[in-house]
Design a protein around this ligand. Structure first.
Ligand code: SIN
Length: 300
């Protein structure tokens, strides 16, 4: 079988299929389980500098085309999360800590103390006041936060970008200028749903983020645009639920992919996707390297 191991974003990965932030990333046990089920790396739920309860419920709503969430960045604080990362690391794959803050200083403070194999900066949550895309939609802030974390951390720094912008490339270029080792595209699309019996918004926070299959074409377009211009790797995420989706995202230019909402169908998705990619590469007599960015080379 063709090798799926890669070096991407400063990490050695046994395969390019990672657990995305937010899903099953709140405990060391669930992160470890994803790793043992075949993930090439796992990203934690985002942690910040102080404990947060998150938004009032309902925080998750199923819609026809995917999942709407407005969790509101609930977390026990990075200090109380360290043990979970330690447990997850015992599975032997890189553990990437997703972190958030309201300023470059707050991000850097977390990165200075928390021990993980890499950081993923959440500059893209679309529904948390003072956090996520409230900073991440401004290129100068993306650059300064990235630069501050790079100076504070001794591990690779990935920047997760928001698609809720007119120009994601501008944000990717800002992350690159700040010294990012990779960008991760995309976080959820800002969205809402209304209960037509009562007229109330369905999420406690009214607005949330849409994930799942509906956003995959948006993610593919963002990855394609970023990979065509950036010198740093792009990690693709958004609506991947099959090996075919993963192959498409890699062809768009992603060096690795992350799987989130599809985990609702069980941990078996990692093996399903990695085996599917392997079989595809074998059938086409290709390597992962040949596959990565193929669509960009074809359209030149
Ligand atoms: C949340 O905790 O609200 C989700 C985080 C995100 O969308 O980045």
């Amino acid at each position: 079988m063709p090798s799926l191991s890669i070096h991407a974003g400063g990490l050695d990965l046994k395969n390019p299929v990672l657990l995305a932030a937010g899903i099953l990333g709140t405990t060391g046990a669930s992160l470890r389980r994803a790793a043992l089920a075949g993930a090439g790396g796992v990203v934690t739920k985002s942690v910040g500098s102080v404990p947060r309860e998150g938004h009032p419920g309902p925080t998750i709503v199923h819609v026809k085309c995917g999942l709407l969430n407005a969790m509101g960045l609930p977390n026990p604080s990075y200090r109380d999360f360290q043990q979970e990362i330690k447990t997850a690391r015992s599975a032997g794959v890189p553990v990437i800590a997703s972190i958030f803050g309201s300023s470059a200083t707050e991000f850097a403070q977390i990165a200075r103390v928390l021990k993980a194999d890499a950081f993923e900066l959440n500059l893209s949550c679309p529904h948390a006041e003072k956090y996520g895309s409230e900073l991440g939609r401004y290129p100068d802030l993306v650059e300064s936060v990235t630069g501050a974390v790079k100076a504070a951390a001794d591990v690779p720094v990935w920047v997760k970008l928001t698609p809720n912008t007119a120009d994601i490339l501008e944000l990717g270029l800002a992350a690159q200028r700040g010294g990012a080792d990779a960008v991760v595209a995309i976080n959820t699309l800002k969205a809402m749903a209304i209960d037509i019996e009562t007229g109330y918004p369905m999420l406690g926070n009214r607005y949330g983020g849409l994930s799942g299959q509906a956003i995959k074409p948006v993610a593919v377009r963002c990855v394609y645009e970023l990979a065509g211009r950036l010198e740093i790797p792009v990690i693709g995420v958004g609506g991947i639920s099959s090996w075919e989706d993963a192959v498409e995202m890699i062809m768009a230019g992603a060096q690795a992919v992350q799987v989130g909402t599809a985990l609702l169908g069980g941990y078996g998705i990692f093996e399903e996707i990695t085996c599917g990619i392997s079989r595809y590469l074998e059938r086409k007599s290709m390597t992962l390297e040949d596959l990565c960015g193929l669509a960009g080379r074809r359209s030149q």
